[in-house]
Ligand binder design. Structure first.
Ligand code: SAH
Length: 347
């Protein structure tokens, strides 16, 4: 028998059409849609306002794929790393990051990654597949539950900074955000969502054209092409000039400031010329800089720069009126910090 369709791959309109095509009322489609997204039903049985016959009929045609939180590891700082098992057995990771005032979900967009950034553990896993919209959405639902359970309030922020490159899974990521922000889903504000990318210039322009309402972060790490290309091979295809052009386009359309993520490594980008290049780059487009602590991954040869270099970066950026934040790692003891997601515990 042919494999049944995952019902959550259907839009609301498609679901309404399905009911009409089978001589039932279109509004049944709305009801089922609400069960699937807003109420998070994992089986047709639980859809109590749908008749038994209709539920059986749906079971004959569809499945409801859903994720399982396979393993939870809690850091001494309260961060929780979730190993998420997908319906086909593959595993991704997502992270719950609490602070005293708010909670953040860091979610994955692909199983593995194809971009080969030399300093990132996820790059060691080859890309296996894109996540479906419901698989991204369900990670957020799982972390929202953790937020309510451990902190007594709903999830505040979402960052697409887990495994994978969100802009290489464009359609599904945008669909998941549509559901996260829609009243039929989680009803969260898009302003509380940040998508992080290696900086694929064509896709950044597409985001601007599509008038998305969420925030954009770019993993920059160097404003000098030769240095950046060494660490991020994608820079050979989407270089700093193209990137800047797309970011200026983004800002012109959205009026939203871009966040640059930036790690300072000893002997790689810790010199005056590196800082000057970053300052000059930031001046060309409204932006702020997050200096991220380096999380060592095995045998990669990278070493976090001396504190003096970080202070120098901070001082020079501030002197040039560029907002800079120093981001200390969360969840390092359980390999949950930036660039450490690599399914180490996956069974
Ligand atoms: N592919 C997207 C989404 C992943 S976000 C992107 O690159 O933006 C993960 C963030 O962690 C990126 O900013 C990445 O550059 C950073 N990162 C990767 N490995 C790291 C490491 N070992 N230490 C600190 N940050 C790292």
């Amino acid at each position: 028998m042919a494999e049944k369709t995952d019902i959550r791959a259907l839009s609301k309109e498609a679901l309404r059409d399905f009911f009409v095509a089978h001589n039932m009322k279109a509004f049944r489609g709305n009801q089922v849609y609400e069960w699937l997204w807003n109420k998070g039903a994992h089986n047709f049985e639980s859809m109590t306002n749908i008749s038994k016959d209709t539920r059986n009929f749906l079971t004959e045609h569809f499945v409801i794929n859903h994720i399982e939180v396979d393993d939870m590891q809690q850091s001494t700082d309260g961060t929780i790393k979730n190993a998420i098992r997908l319906h086909d057995g593959l595993v991704v990771e997502s992270v719950f990051i609490p602070t005293p005032t708010r909670t953040t979900a860091c979610v994955s967009s692909q199983v593995g990654c194809s971009l080969n950034c030399t300093f990132c553990a996820t790059a060691r896993l080859k890309k296996m597949r894109n996540l479906n919209p419901d698989e991204i959405y369900d990670q957020v639902v799982a972390i929202d539950r953790q937020s309510r359970l451990y902190k007594g309030h709903k999830l505040n922020n979402i960052v697409f900074m887990g495994m994978g490159e969100p802009l290489l899974n464009y359609k599904n990521v945008l669909k998941s955000i549509e559901m996260i922000t829609s009243e039929e889903g989680l009803g969260m504000s898009p302003r509380r969502i940040t998508l992080s990318t290696v900086g694929l210039h064509k896709m950044i322009k597409k985001l601007a054209d599509d008038e998305v309402k969420f925030n954009l972060a770019v993993s920059l790490h160097s404003a000098i092409d030769e240095v950046r290309s060494q660490m991020m091979p994608i820079n050979d295809k989407s270089n700093l000039e193209d990137l800047l052009d797309s970011l200026q386009y983004w800002y012109a359309k959205t009026k939203r400031v871009i966040t640059f993520e930036y790690v300072v490594w000893k002997g790689i980008n810790d010199k005056k010329k590196d800082i000057d290049a970053l300052v000059a780059y930031c001046k060309k487009v409204p932006s702020k800089v997050n200096l991220i602590e380096y999380n060592a991954i095995e045998e990669d040869g990278f070493v976090q720069a001396d504190p003096a270099a970080i202070t120098y970066y901070q001082r020079e950026l501030e002197r040039n009126n560029i907002t800079v934040n120093i981001r200390h790692s969360r969840g390092k003891d359980i390999d949950a910090a930036c660039g450490q997601l690599a399914n180490k515990t996956a069974v």
